[in-house]
Write a protein of this length. Structure first.
Lengths: 197, 197
DNA sequence: TTCTGCGGAATGAACATTCATTCCGCTACA
DNA sequence: TGTAGCGGAATGAATGTTCATTCCGCAGAA
């Protein structure tokens, strides 16, 4: 299932896709970057769409692995959240191409049901863990964890995206502030239902 | 500068790009959708890249117009923020294709310096207004407004993106909660610098 | 020698762009 | 008022290019 050439192809494809989008890269370019012949790609993948899906799933699985490594069940909710944030940041910094690729959306027209299912599973795991964290913390917030996860995730992604776009230079302090504000979103009660819509 | 045919082309291109990405649409398809001949597109736009940029700038300008219409200088900071949030939501709901297109990133390889400049200008305006809002509100937060704007913007976008992806159904209450949490991010002091990095 | 895996030129479909031609609305003359 | 002539807008089939995919011959292992 995993051979040196196959891995080289997936890595090269990830690099090229992250830099130019899946539509911006020709298969022979990927082959050249991977150091294999064009035809070799079709020995391992049925077609370009299949390759895109394999790359997508590989990066999703990597993210999932990184997010949950070295968890400490005895830590306080806040400590566990900080650790989660640190792992997320670590992923973005140590696997920048993975992170960029996953945040792109031009691959979504090509994603199969299987890929979407994997994406959903990983999201559900996050929501379940966040939900446990919040009830253990005893938050009074009525906001559903699915919503809170979307908000926190979006914040994180946009912060790094703004930096990449050159709109912003993110300092360590900014990151700490973002983390704290994210924690507030998890735990704070809001006024929904009180304030009129 | 603005003719019926030109407008038809831009609208058709927006619709097609929002649905399939800029790389997923052929120029003759846009022509057919706009009800004009293929060649006509090239009477109004130098090439596909130029068309993409015109569409991008038109949507950015529309967003900018919507964001700042009917502002009430006498309102409290909180009221002004709520109004801003409502206008943002209104834009996303009334111009869903615009919103989707702007949040795509597969057009960014095609964007010219002029387009990027316009994008930056619009962002700078938001940051400036948010900054004024926060100092008028008298927040004790040390976090820079650029950072807070990125966080709030990312939250909003991700919330709607999650709904579109089918991960979530966003209720009126969810939206109100998101708005309140966003307001908290603008005004609350965080622990950055106190908590160790 | 046979067989397996590989390379990269070859192929044909799809694409962006062009350009010879048509079409349309206006002007001016009868 | 009717109509012939003109200029530029519009057209879409044709063009050259690029791409995903195939195919065939080669190299090395058995």
């Amino acid at each position: 299932m995993s051979t040196p050439k196959r891995d080289a192809i997936v890595n090269a494809a990830l690099e090229a896709f992250a830099d130019h989008g899946v539509g911006g890269v020709a298969v022979p370019q990927i082959a050249a970057l991977a150091g294999v012949g064009t035809g070799t790609i079709y020995r391992y993948f049925a077609n370009k769409e299949d390759l895109i899906n394999e790359v997508f799933r590989a990066q999703k699985r990597l993210l999932d692995r990184v997010l949950w490594e070295e968890r400490d069940a005895d830590a306080t909710p806040r400590e566990r959240f900080d650790a989660f944030w640190a792992r997320l940041l670590g992923f973005a910094q140590e696997h920048p191409r993975s992170f960029r690729f996953l945040e792109m959306q031009d691959h979504s027209p090509y994603l199969t049901a299987e890929s979407r299912e994997l994406e959903k599973e990983i999201l559900v795991t996050i929501v379940r863990r966040v939900d446990a964290l919040r009830s253990e913390q005893g938050t009074t917030s009525q906001t559903r964890s699915e919503v809170v996860v979307a908000l926190v995730w979006g914040s994180f992604v946009q912060l790094l995206k703004s930096e990449r776009a050159g709109h912003l230079t993110v300092s360590e302090q900014d990151l700490a502030a973002a983390r704290d504000l994210a924690w507030n979103m998890l735990t704070e009660s809001d006024n929904a239902g009180v304030t009129k819509l």
